[in-house]
Design a protein around this ligand. Structure first.
Ligand SMILES: NC(=O)c1ccc[n+]([C@@H]2O[C@H](COP(=O)([O-])OP(=O)(O)OC[C@H]3O[C@@H](n4cnc5c(N)ncnc54)[C@H](O)[C@@H]3O)[C@@H](O)[C@H]2O)c1
Length: 311
């Protein structure tokens, strides 16, 4: 049984909280939010101690989930690691490579689990990719949706495209040889829409689009390899495969059960790592590489004429 604390009770924190009751290994022992209203509501509902200062939950927990705003992740993660707590931190862990490397190093030194909330990795359809992708030539990803003013100061690369960069790097398995990026500000002074090419060498590349100007939420990845096109819809949790021009409805195969709750899978994996029953599904080097590529894309957009402008 893990004594779990949750820091940040906004939208994402709420999703985590709703799932704890379904995971028997988790005992929620403390809550934290800087906003007394948000905190009070959940403290009454869950009947656990609540604090507006995250430091006060530390004596009550073995592990914490950090779902506070991104700009606070570094400070809170560091303090919790120093206090010997296992960490589940929502993505992005920070927006600074050196800070991320420092946090991983600290976790390793203290033999603590640190997991970043790359929820799409835990989508059943994404997990299935390792069984069907081999030597991809073209990876095309699209992650778009309507504007949310809560994130107007956050980069869409670090906020949403980072999921697709992470998956493209895993699926490709190759080193990045070159990156191109272009974006346009629409609702904010940052790029609200971006189109990115990652070249892996050997005639293989990823083309990734992310946007927060779109009227409909879409999350797709199409992968072209040899005689096969793999079309994955993260939202419908569906995979279609076209092999030699013939559609094969892969997701209807009885033995494949990937319509599940990715966040629940992700929390269960965290618990299993904390209990020493599982190892990280990707290496720390991969996590740092994802961050490095995302930050490089972000900096290209910043320097681009059509990229984002400084406030
Ligand atoms: N994994 C995903 O797909 C995904 C999706 C959405 C958001 N996120 C990430 O989750 C994090 C939170 O996003 P959100 O949409 O829930 O934001 P939100 O604004 O809805 O919630 C943030 C909460 O943190 C609280 N907070 C602020 N300062 C605090 C402090 N010092 N101590 C404790 N609590 C504090 C706020 O009062 C608020 O309740 C962000 O880092 C975001 O990038 C991840």
């Amino acid at each position: 049984m893990i004594n779990m604390g949750l820091i940040g009770l906004g939208k994402m924190g709420g999703y985590h909280l709703n799932l704890y009751d379904e995971i028997p290994e988790i005992k929620l022992t403390a809550l934290c939010d800087a906003d007394e209203g948000a905190l009070g509501l959940q403290v009454i509902k869950k009947n656990v101690p609540g604090f507006t200062n995250y430091r006060n939950i530390l004596p009550l927990v073995d592990a914490v989930t950090i779902a506070a705003p991104t700009k606070l992740h570094y400070e809170i993660t560091r303090a919790c690691l120093e206090a010997g707590k296992h960490i589940f931190v929502e993505k992005p862990i920070t927006t600074d490579y050196r800070q991320a490397a420092e946090l991983f190093e600290l976790a390793e030194k203290k033999h603590l689990t640190i997991q970043i909330g790359y929820v799409e990795r835990f989508n059943g359809v994404t997990r299935e990719l390792k069984n069907i992708v081999s030597n991809p030539t073209l990876i095309e990803a699209r992650r778009v949706g309507p504007f949310n003013p809560n994130f107007k100061n956050d980069s869409i690369i670090m906020d949403i495209m980072i999921h697709d960069i992470d998956i493209a790097l895993s699926v490709s398995g190759r080193q990045v040889a070159a990156i191109q990026a272009m974006g346009a500000p629409v609702h904010t002074k940052l790029a609200d829409y971006a189109s990115v090419n990652i070249y892996f060498g050997n005639s293989s590349m990823a083309h990734i689009v992310a946007g927060r100007i779109n009227h409909v939420k879409e999350r797709f990845i199409n992968i072209t390899q040899d005689d096969t096109l793999i079309m994955l819809d993260y939202l419908k949790q569906n995979i279609d495969i076209i092999r030699k021009g013939q559609l094969q409805d892969f997701s209807e195969r009885d033995e494949i059960k990937y319509k599940n709750n990715p966040l629940k899978n992700e929390i269960e994996h965290f618990v299993s790592c904390v209990e020493g029953k599982s190892a990280r599904i990707v290496s720390i080097e991969h996590d740092l590489h994802t961050m490095e590529v995302a930050l490089e894309v972000d900096s290209l957009l910043k320097s681009n004429t059509y990229g984002y402008k400084e406030f």
